[in-house]
Write a protein that binds this ligand. Sequence first.
Ligand SMILES: NC(=O)c1ccc[n+]([C@@H]2O[C@H](COP(=O)([O-])OP(=O)(O)OC[C@H]3O[C@@H](n4cnc5c(N)ncnc54)[C@H](OP(=O)(O)O)[C@@H]3O)[C@@H](O)[C@H]2O)c1
Length: 245
Amino acid sequence: MQKNFVLITGSSSGLGAGIARSLSEEGRNVALHYNRGEKRIKEIDDFCRKRDVETILLRSDLSSTAGLDSLRDQVEEGGIKLGGLVNNAGIAVSGDVRNITDEDWGMVLSLNLTAPVLLTKRLLKFFTDSSSILNMSSASGLRASREISIAYQSSKAALIHATKSMALSLAPKTRVNAIAPSFVETHMTGNILSNSGFREVIVRMTPMGRMETIEDVTNMASFLLSEKSSFITGQTFLIDGGITL
Ligand SMILES: NC(=O)c1ccc[n+]([C@@H]2O[C@H](COP(=O)([O-])OP(=O)(O)OC[C@H]3O[C@@H](n4cnc5c(N)ncnc54)[C@H](OP(=O)(O)O)[C@@H]3O)[C@@H](O)[C@H]2O)c1
């Protein structure tokens, strides 16, 4: 019998690694996708295996059609069924409408928006009859901001709408939701947070009075990937301690 897995893209780092760890602690088998983080993915893999779950490592560059095809082929060759998919891999660049380069615009849109949609399309035949997809959006997909690049904000806003469209097309077999964290310390945000005073400004602006943690995100991800959320689809959940109120 084929084993049931949750595939997490970009699970070699940050939020994806956190989601993989917490799912393994709940006893779920995880398909760990990575691109360049070979050393880091081995540490995540070790952690998950110690929780007595099955893991499979999948490597591909999701910014290209060949990479999307390769990931589909690896899932097929691994003989796995998907109870869940987390479209988490993403990148951020800087630049507003006056100075964003064509290359940066294309790169961010292809990884943050095109990959979640076209990877899902490629994986449809592997989903179980009661499966859940989680798209990683961002608070900056809901509210425009001068500090975040136009490409990033646009990709995350479009992903929220794509989530609704996917939910309509894939119900009732597969639910599709999105989460929108605000500011969590990861590789992606490390540089900004190391600027003196920035962290304090965020905490001061956040009604809950602290930084967002990876656990804040994984708690919601676990719920949306579980049967506890079986009547929820097409929604985006903001996880921001009230900062956008
Ligand atoms: N951190 C935040 O505050 C925050 C807030 C809102 C939303 N998000 C979203 O959360 C997701 C994860 O971000 P993070 O903060 O955890 O960042 P991160 O630590 O930089 O992790 C990014 C992940 O994406 C993968 N990735 C990058 N380029 C790739 C490519 N071309 N092909 C395949 N995989 C690729 C990386 O894999 P390798 O390292 O193996 O190459 C890595 O696992 C992103 O979608 C981000 O937009 C983050």
